[in-house]
Design a binder for this molecule. Sequence first.
Ligand SMILES: Cc1ncc(COP(=O)(O)O)c(C=O)c1O
Length: 420
Amino acid sequence: MQRRDFLSGSLALAGTALISPRLTANELPSPPDWDQGVTDENYWNAVRAFYTRPEGFINLENGYFSHQPASTMASHQQREKDINTRTSVFMRTEQQAVIENAREALANFLKCDTEELALLRNTTEAMNIVIMGFPWKKGDEVVLGNQDYGSMTEAFQQAAKRFGIVLKYAQVPLRPRNEEDIIDAYTRLFTRKTRMVHLTHLINLSGQVIPVAKIAVEAKKRNITVAVDSAHAVAQLEFGIPDLQADFVGASLHKWLCNPLGSGFLWIRKEFIPQIWPLMGDTSQPVNNIRKFEHVGTRPIHTLQCIADSIAFHNKIGSELKEKRLRYMMQYWTSKVAKQPKVHINTPWEDTARCGAIANVAIEGYTAGKLAEVLFSKYRIFTVAIEHPAINGIRITPHLSNTIEDLDALVNALTEISSG
Ligand SMILES: Cc1ncc(COP(=O)(O)O)c(C=O)c1O
């Protein structure tokens, strides 16, 4: 069977699975004490019951976006039906109140002020607002990372052509000896012309977490603004916006918060709101109003309505326990293969401050593409090949819907491949 046929067949099957409309986040049992809870498989089975697992393959590529728990999915479908039934009456009379409720729920979750939070479609949109809307002057310098997400790098490259800004790339080490190694990779590039440093909070290629706040403090000493792409960190790691010491933070909610596709946010420190141009023209809002960034036209409001449902499910587990469980899953498989001959882990997987769910692995003699293909065709394990100038390997992203048996299957496959 062709890979495409196999995938579409199994996904179609998964799509027919019934969702119980009664299932709400409240039906999830309260978690056990976190230090025992991390390995309490009875509890994680109860969490897994909220997810529809695909049939016919093991999905270890949950980093692209995360599937929603049944409670969120049921709410999404019900709200979509309601909006589709009441159409423009809903949009003209209730839309804005829904957006404001979602803003409040998300601001509580992120521990920030509602008046600094714009509800958008994804991280790409959020960071483009900052990159394209910043009041650049020709010759301004930006320090970004060599492993930043492609869309942000491209946006900066376009801004360099358009506004004449100069880009300097910090070379982030794959296996830093210590935190100073990472901080120094950025700060050594700061000059009197640096206006912004762009940080990827949790690097999608490798899973490495960088010390955002410490770099931000160094930037602030030099009057440099700090923009953070937190796409993978929000709801994977436990933190609040103030912890980052940043000026701009963007993220997607369809990743680790498990909200439906097409939801994200941009947080902007209040003093910077008037200085940033919205991506879509807006003159209806005062320049200091965060809502000027939400002028995106007609949009699926039911996706925003679900933010409170997604937060309720997340909070029922708790940020601390979820982060620890995800890291436990990553360390479960990495610790079993790291010492095998020919296996290289491209993630500082032993350092709890530097990683979460994601890790990247390479096997000598295999390109990343070949390894991903063998894992899928022979072992029915879906991963993604990362072929990037800074890193070459496959990215493994387990999520709460995965079982320990899924990870054992990965360990067995990697062991067979590396010793074959
Ligand atoms: C680090 C990082 N930033 C930004 C994005 C873009 O997210 P979105 O496509 O939701 O805008 C991704 C997507 O995987 C990512 O990994």
